[in-house]
Each structure stands twice: as structure tokens, then as C-alpha cells.
Design a protein around this ligand. Sequence first.
Ligand code: ZN
Length: 276
Amino acid sequence: MGLKQLLLSGLLLSVIEPLCAAISIGSLPDSSMVPGGVAVVPTGTEANSGSYRDERILLADFDGEQYAIIGIPLNASIGTHQFALELADGRRELLQFSIEDKEYVEQHITITNERQVNPNADDMVRINRESAEMNRAFTSWDDSQTPVFGMRAPVQGVRSSSFGLKRFFNGQPRNPHSGMDIAADEGTPIYAPAPGVILTTGNYFFNGNTIILDHGHGLISLYCHMNTIDVVAGTVVDTGDQIGKVGQTGRVTGPHLHWSINLNNTRVDPALFLVD
Ligand code: ZN
């Protein structure tokens, strides 16, 4: 084979390569097969793509083996769950993992602004529009970025273990708490915990000033109640870049950052990703 043929075959390989979805990552998140946790399951093969509950899942190579890294919803049932793999030869394979029970306790919160507990009709129009906008962002899939799972805390402050708490506002049951609250003074800088691209920013009824940060392959983080937003959609950030400041916008009882991590469009416990 001459130089020209070698170059040509190399070129062909590089053209064909993007068809294989494989990415290599430097570390895996902690596996925690409970509602609100993350299942880290070796696939035993080199699948092209996979899905769980009709959502695309993240597949990545670590230490020479492929893993499915799957976000488990807080409302998942206890017991055996299945996910599907699409193999390179076109076949479909089903794999299983088992979800164990985890008790999340109740949290009762008093909100003085009654409209933030029982919004009026106009508020509901706004809330529905905003939640559709955020839900769209959470389904983003960016193939161009390789997600980093070992994250730094986005703000220095008091971390609560409030993820998953069954919430009651003024005595009324609401959705469970889907993130981690970190209490800090208003104006404390908030940093990107891992590399990513700012997907969207906005001012939302419940979440206040908000950033959604895309880390690639369905790993997406959310920052709420900010005082200021210091980035715009499309800003590329590295670990440690300032993205905003702690505030108390939206439905809050005091200044803090609400931080959530989304994997396959599922809110999971951010503590599973923290390395500091
Ligand atoms: Zn919160």
C-alpha cells in the first residue's frame, strides 16, 4: 500500500468514526441504584446507543470497558428495571439492573408569598411556558462534548442533604426536592463545576434567575435563585469559571444556590458527582 492509499484509508476511517458513539471518560460517578440515584452498569459489549424509559442514555468507555450511566427517577419503582442497547450490528439487547428502596423524609417549608404556593391563572400560564422551556433544555443531547463526572462544588457554602425530600409548602404536598441546596451569602460567586456550554438562561417564576449548563451526552446541570447571571447562552465554560452569583430570586426562604444534575432527562442526586 502506497502513501496515498494509506492516507486515503486513514481519511476513510476518520469519516466512519463518528458513527460509533463511543466516548472515553476519566472517571465514573458513584453507582447508587436507588430512586434519585445513578446506575453504572457494564454493558459487556460496545453498543452504539441505549435507552431507558424512552430516554437516550449515556454510554462511555472507562478503563477499556463500556458502561451505561443511567439516571434513576425519584418516582422509580423498587425492583428490576430494563434498558435497551442498540448494537453495532443492528441487534437490540436488553440489560437489567435492580433498584433498592431509599427513604426520603418529609420537609415542611413556610412561604410567606401565598402566590408562590397557589399561583393565580396568569402565573400558571407563565409557569407552564417556563417548565416546557426547561424540559426542552433537559432533553438536549450534545455529542461534541465529553462529560466530566468528577465535579467541584459550584459554590462555597453550607451543603444540605436535601435532595429527594418530600416537600410540603404551607402544609400542601408538592414535587420532591430535585436538587441540592447550598446556602451562602447573597453575591457569593458560583463556578462551573465541570466543563460545558451554557444552554439557556432565564428568569423563572419558581426558579428565579436560572442557568442551564450542558456537559454533553445528556449530562446537564441547573442553577437557580441567582442574584446575577454572568454568562449568556452559548458561552463555553471550564471548571472553575464564574457563571453567576448566589441570590434569593424565585421561591426561596433565603439566599442559596439550588443545584441540580440531570442525566437522561432525569433529576439525580448531585452529591454522587462531587469530588471535593
Ligand atoms: Zn432547592
